[in-house]
Design a protein around this ligand. Structure first.
Ligand SMILES: NC(=O)c1ccc[n+]([C@@H]2O[C@H](COP(=O)([O-])OP(=O)(O)OC[C@H]3O[C@@H](n4cnc5c(N)ncnc54)[C@H](O)[C@@H]3O)[C@@H](O)[C@H]2O)c1
Length: 361
């Protein structure tokens, strides 16, 4: 059992993305002492509007920046950066973090098939830059410090129908360019622990669902299309299986591992909620009161992994973490959120959003 680590300032990279905004909001509400420096490039997937209720929080500092840019990362880690001005507020100097939750990434498998290069650039080179900046900062100003790298079950590859779930010792066998880039990043983190004694930990999580997810991912894609009575494209036979976890349960797992996990370790995070894609789509349609005739099977994704399943015994045993959201109830609440936030998802799907986001790049 390691001594609990109590960070005072957490740098969250990618904190304007789906998991990022949920983690930031959850942490601000859960630990009232902690400050957050939120660094995000605001690609198409990053959305400051999703943070509108926390942007005015004096414990939250937003910096628009690129994890691939060493100078930016160095300045942010040293507490020498300035907030990106927003909403007319005066930009403040950002505090020096004593923890990093690294989740900035290109995250959509289909996009990685269409254009792998940016995935290697962001996920591999970006992670290398984060690691180098942390190493440099700790040499300059040694302190109690932790880096948590947020990874995915996809690094383990695909399971057959009856195979046991992935454990932390399952060999890495990524099949998509996205998964390969995440696996490469995981291994870079591992090498910095072994070679430079960097105080880092990796979490690997299964599929997340919840509010503020960009409507290209399965659940928000299906919900938003069904609401407009558009066909729901389901890959192959629809029997690919994923393990689903509510994003708040992931946020809590990240915090447990960051504050109480063992350095140098990998922790799997799963919901013990294996569902076939088609079963998820049917549940969503039922919740929305929409007909199954909207389902339209399309040519399977190239290299489509058949099944993921996570064994999270290590996280449960060592840190007592358990998911709190039951899958079907969580899905229902998520559907309600999209119903109640039509303006949010209509905007992120609009030309105007694309144009305003493009300004940042
Ligand atoms: N969504 C899931 O189900 C899931 C499951 C397991 C692990 N993960 C991992 O969790 C992390 C977050 O996933 P997500 O679903 O929130 O992704 P997302 O695509 O919604 O958000 C990614 C965020 O990273 C930002 N970003 C991209 N490139 C950047 C760069 N160069 N510099 C700074 N910021 C940059 C984007 O602007 C965006 O805000 C990723 O590392 C992903 O691999 C996701």
């Amino acid at each position: 059992m390691t001594t609990p680590f109590a960070p005072t300032c957490v740098l969250v990279t990618g904190g304007a993305g789906f998991i990022g905004v949920n983690f930031v909001r959850w942490l601000l509400n859960t630990d009232v002492r902690v400050q957050i420096v939120n660094l995000d490039l605001l690609t198409y997937a990053g959305n400051l509007e999703s943070l509108s209720d926390v942007l005015g929080n004096r414990r939250h500092f937003f910096v628009r920046g690129d994890v691939r840019d060493f100078a930016t990362m160095r300045a942010v880690l040293a507490g020498e950066a300035t907030e990106t001005p927003h909403g007319g507020a005066r930009a403040r100097r950002t505090p020096a973090p004593d923890a990093v939750v690294h989740m900035a990434a290109e995250s959509h498998v289909d996009r990685s098939i269409m254009g792998p290069a940016v995935f290697v650039d962001t996920n591999v080179s970006g992670t290398l830059t984060v690691l180098e900046a942390c190493r440099g900062e700790l040499a300059r100003a040694p302190r109690d410090f932790r880096l948590l790298h947020v990874s995915t079950d996809e690094v383990y590859g695909s399971l057959g129908e009856t195979d046991p779930a992935f454990t932390e010792t399952t060999p890495l066998a990524p099949n998509s360019p996205y998964a390969a880039s995440k696996a490469a990043a995981d291994l870079l983190v591992r090498s910095y622990v072994a070679t430079f004694d960097l105080p880092a930990i990796v979490t690997r999580c299964s599929n997340n669902y919840g509010p503020y997810q960009f409507p290209e991912k399965l659940i928000p894609l299906m919900v938003t299309r069904a609401l407009d009575d558009q066909p729901l494209p389901v890959y192959g036979d629809g029997l690919n299986v994923r393990d689903w976890l509510h994003v708040e349960d992931h946020a809590r797992a990240i915090w447990e591992v960051l504050t109480r996990g063992r350095l140098g370790e990998v922790y799997n995070v799963g919901g013990q909620a294996e569902r076939a894609n088609i079963a998820i789509v049917r549940t969503l349609l039922k919740t929305l009161g929409k007909p199954e005739s909207l389902i339209c099977y399309v040519t399977d994704r190239a290299g489509h992994d058949r099944r993921y399943a996570m064994n999270s015994d290590k996280l449960r045993r060592e840190l007592g973490w358990e998911p709190r959201h039951a899958c079907e109830a969580g899905l229902e609440a998520t559907v309600r959120w999209y119903l109640e936030h039509r303006a949010w998802w209509e905007r992120v799907l609009s030309e105007a959003y694309r144009a305003s986001n493009a300004l940042y790049l």
